[in-house]
Design a protein around this ligand. Sequence first.
Ligand SMILES: Cc1ncc(COP(=O)(O)O)c(C=O)c1O
Length: 361
Amino acid sequence: MTVELRPASDAAPRHASSLPVTTAKAARPDAVALSDTSAAAGPALSFEGVLAAADVLASILPTTPSWSYPLLDEAVGRHTIVKHENVQPTGAFKVRGGLTLLATLPREVRRRGLITVSTGNHAQSLAFASRAHGVAATIVVPESTPAGKIDAVRALGAQVIVAGADMSAAADHAVGLAEERGLYFVNPGEEPAIIHGHATVYFELLTAHPEIDTLYMPVGSGSGAAGAVLVRDAIAPQVRVVAVQAEGARAAHDSWATGEIVTRPIDTFAGGLATGKGFAAPQSVLRDGLDDFILVSDDQIRDAMTLLAGAAHTLAEGAGAAGLAGVLADARRGDQSVAAVAITGGNASGDEIAQLTRRPQ
Ligand SMILES: Cc1ncc(COP(=O)(O)O)c(C=O)c1O
């Protein structure tokens, strides 16, 4: 059996309305039902869910800073607001999703413990949140995972199991273990609580900066971008929302463009963007909610990382800089609107850090 990182909802009719996705706009008629694996996670996607997540997080995580930098504005060619999610305790915005999920899982599920598959920021997020809630967490990572990433997750108290040649095989293993051990399998892209948690980044950003015209966010599963759309629809409908993905890993982009959940190869150094298949829950929001979805090259992402280090004195990993790569790409096409971007993660590998001295192309 091959288990992919997607929900059972792929198999559900796309017009299913049992779990409507509601926003300030009319409820979308094509909302998809969410996965069985998400059943314990609570309500469907909504701005009310974002507000509830913001309540959960208020007592745990301080609001992250958002500034602009004259030198960056000059280099980019447009006024750009930068929100620093790279200063979160795990180094990435994903901690918001993990903490929201753990706070909303039923007691019985928390007692059983949870399992997920990830090599990166989602793994650290669930490990961090599980430790905070006294819940046992098991993270399955593929055999290719660098030792440093495994150490980071172990240091947060989670059990790490190395299994499978790639993410898909590791996911098969995780689902098998979930069945065998009675653990709750967390599908990183499909949990409403995780999407609501990620959305709080954009709730803070749009609340603090009413001058924003265009919001850019990096996309892997699309959970952050879907969260941004939920918030924009509710509180700042005039703002354009633009998703950005690596051209070498374009599954979310192509799922959005075709209206179908599609699989694509992965060829990018930016781990957080390296998703081989579209995710149904985020796509159900992105489909009508995105104003644009642009693809950037790895070199454009590297240039954005270098610019952030030099002009905004901040460390972004590849995925964390991809939003700014989108801002730059649109600026070159003449877009002068006020841009905003979250530096979604700062967990740069040694290789990524070494690249920072390279000259922008
Ligand atoms: C730093 C960083 N940025 C962006 C993303 C993409 O987020 P999403 O999966 O919500 O699209 C990830 C995903 O892991 C990430 O780690």
